[in-house]
Design a protein around this ligand. Structure first.
Ligand code: BGC
Length: 249
């Protein structure tokens, strides 16, 4: 069975039909640059372009980098503030000629995909997926069930919003070495571990492609730490799963 998934990010909007039997993209994904400013109208136009690129007719799942409840986007830490309070599911459904659209948080989408097809497959207990990218996203699972919209990237770390210290953007902006950045990630993980005592951390985002650069530098964390497996496609796959009405993992 195929469903369309779209992942909205700060730099790109990418999507593809997803083969839900395999948990993988059915065709090579199509990506367009996120317009600046990333307003609801501009981004909606890009989502339509990505969906139309494949001539897709049918349900569409969509990730958003902020809190989403009942199809409404509630926060927009790294997006245009005009998103706050928008019924994004209804907006996109209108722009896609009435096709049903399901919207969920980007890290939650990556999490459900990893729990079903990737690094969290078959794992019970408390599992936390953290995506390290422009911001830090989180997806919390207890015995395979998602607790949505946990937003652990905004925990306070040494008086700062954690994602401004330990995201990949923080590494790039501060021109940090892998060692210095890994040290910050370690401090962040220790704080999250103190709060949730997870059995497993799954580290997602672009850096999950280079785990050897930083995971060996992280010490003193009790939980097992593994890189995500679906890497950049986890959001698209998780979005499609949500649109099928799949109960999270
Ligand atoms: C947002 C989260 C999002 C994360 C990753 C954070 O700034 O608040 O909702 O999951 O970035 O995109």
């Amino acid at each position: 069975m195929q469903i369309f998934g779209v992942d909205i990010g700060g730099s790109g909007i990418k999507g593809a039909p997803v083969d839900l039997d395999r948990g993988d993209l059915a065709q090579e994904r199509h990506k367009v640059l996120t317009p600046q400013p990333a307003t609801p109208d501009g981004v909606a136009g890009c989502v339509v372009e990505v969906v139309r690129h494949f001539g897709w007719e049918g349900p569409v799942g969509l990730t958003f980098p902020g809190v989403v409840t009942g199809g409404i986007t509630r926060t927009a830490a790294n997006m245009d503030k005009a998103w706050i309070g928008v019924d994004t599911a209804a907006l996109l459904s209108r722009r896609l000629d009435g096709q049903p659209v399901t919207v969920l948080n980007d890290a939650d989408a990556a999490g459900v995909a990893e729990m079903t097809y990737g690094a969290g497959r078959g794992r019970g207990g408390t599992v936390l997926l953290l995506t390290l990218g422009t911001g830090i996203g989180s997806a919390l699972f207890t015995d395979g069930r998602l607790v949505p919209n946990t937003e652990l990237g905004h925990l306070e770390l040494k008086g700062h919003d954690a994602e401004t210290r330990a995201s990949v953007k923080a590494k790039e902006d501060g021109d940090l070495t892998w060692e210095r950045w890994a040290h910050r990630v370690q401090r962040y993980l220790a704080h999250v571990e103190m709060l949730f005592s997870p059995d497993l951390f799954i580290i997602g985002g672009g850096v999950s492609r280079k785990p050897e650069k930083f995971l060996p530098l992280i010490e003193g964390i009790r939980a097992e730490i593994v890189p995500a497996k679906l890497q950049n496609n986890a959001g698209i796959v998780g979005a499609a799963m949500a649109a099928r009405g799949t109960p999270p993992a």
